[in-house]
Design a protein around this ligand. Sequence first.
Ligand SMILES: Nc1ncnc2c1ncn2[C@@H]1O[C@H](COP(=O)(O)OP(=O)(O)OP(=O)(O)O)[C@@H](O)[C@H]1O
Ligand SMILES: [Mg+2]
Length: 237
Amino acid sequence: MTKSDEPIVRLDNVSRQLVLGGQKIDIVRGVTLAVERGESLVIVGSSGSGKSSLLELMGTLSRPSSGTVFWGAQRLSQMSARKLLELRRKRLGFVFQSANLIDHLSAVANVALPLAYAGYPKSKRVRLSHEWLEKVGLSSVADRPASRLSGGERQRVSIARALAGAPDLVLADEPTGSLDQATGQIIMDLMVSLVGNQRNLVVVTHDASLQHRFNRSVHMAHGQITVNTHAPVTSCA
Ligand SMILES: Nc1ncnc2c1ncn2[C@@H]1O[C@H](COP(=O)(O)OP(=O)(O)OP(=O)(O)O)[C@@H](O)[C@H]1O
Ligand SMILES: [Mg+2]
């Protein structure tokens, strides 16, 4: 486990380069960023600026071409495959733009699935999944297949799914991107309040009206951080 005074995740001069058709593209360039415990952070920037790529690096879904990613005091590059898998399953929660639910499974089964991978016994999985569906206001549709839920309901299920395993860090990439603005506001409020101060939240969003909910804003352009402030930025390029 990490010590409580260390950042939950820290990127130290991290770059990610891709080679496409023989051409090198720098999609993240020399980013240094620490997410402190209890912090909620919003990442904004224009399309193609590298926001999702940065989130993927934080979430261990991709590896840097240079620089170092730390989880607590531990370098990701020195973690065994087993430790890395355990980190993803137990300490990280993901929310994506399209809820990424399994359509033929019920709402409650979707929430329970990652708990199975994280090793929870069945009775606890069932209890926790129902508890979290209640917290997101969906008890009445717990047994309904995900394919028959509205966009807002699907995103509520994906928030319950990300949080049910009590992860240290929740990463959300445009979680309101496919919702109307009013529903988006409700979903963002719900996520911020459910994450609370005990866990960390990093959200990528285009919607400037959602940014004041976070205690820190990071603005990206061309793969780099251009603004890193504890007061929310007021506009999004
Ligand atoms: N797998 C990939 N192959 C080729 N190029 C990629 C790949 N992933 C990302 N890129 C490029 O890297 C840059 C950053 O992409 P990224 O998805 O991180 O941007 P973004 O800020 O999340 O954009 P958006 O707001 O549109 O989601 C873009 O120019 C994109 O085209
Ligand atoms: Mg993106």
